[in-house]
Design a protein around this ligand. Structure first.
Ligand SMILES: [Zn+2]
Length: 142
């Protein structure tokens, strides 16, 4: 079952990560590592035989080279989501939700963050449905 106590507030998490990334870029101006992806677990479901299905939100930070004639580069953020079943031998273990467009990193984080919600909802819906149907056994490390 989905346990809301372990699931972070998506909007809050995304807003926080965007601000952290901005701070990071501000304090590392010469550093070129503008490309990174934060992976947040935003849901966890247990299958009928206890295999765990996890929902991950990917917050992809990138840099857009800009367009003619100015080529002013801009830092961007984009969201994607995936659900993953850890069941051993699960025949259909990954479901990926198509990513959003890129948003400007400098745009208001409170307005950008909600764009991640429909993706998370779609991945969670798949995860819940999968958890209810999946007969794969939990991975036992063997
Ligand atoms: Zn499965």
């Amino acid at each position: 079952m989905f346990s809301p106590t372990t699931a972070p507030d998506v909007t809050e998490t995304v807003t926080k990560r965007i601000r952290e990334h901005r701070n990071y870029l501000n304090t590392n101006p010469g550093y070129t590592w503008a490309y990174s992806t934060d992976r947040e677990t935003v849901g966890r479901f247990s299958g009928v035989v206890q295999a765990v299905v996890e929902v991950e939100l990917h917050i992809k930070f990138s840099k857009n080279p800009g367009q003619r004639p100015d080529w002013v580069e801009a830092h961007t953020v984009q969201f994607a989501a995936a659900a993953r079943c850890a069941g051993h031998g699960c025949p259909d273990s990954v479901h990926e939700v198509a990513p959003t467009d890129e948003f400007l990193l400098d745009a208001d984080a409170d307005e950008t963050a909600p764009a991640a919600l429909p993706l998370v909802a779609a991945a969670q819906a798949w995860a819940q449905q999968h958890a209810e149907a999946c007969r794969a056994l939990p991975y036992d490390g063997r």
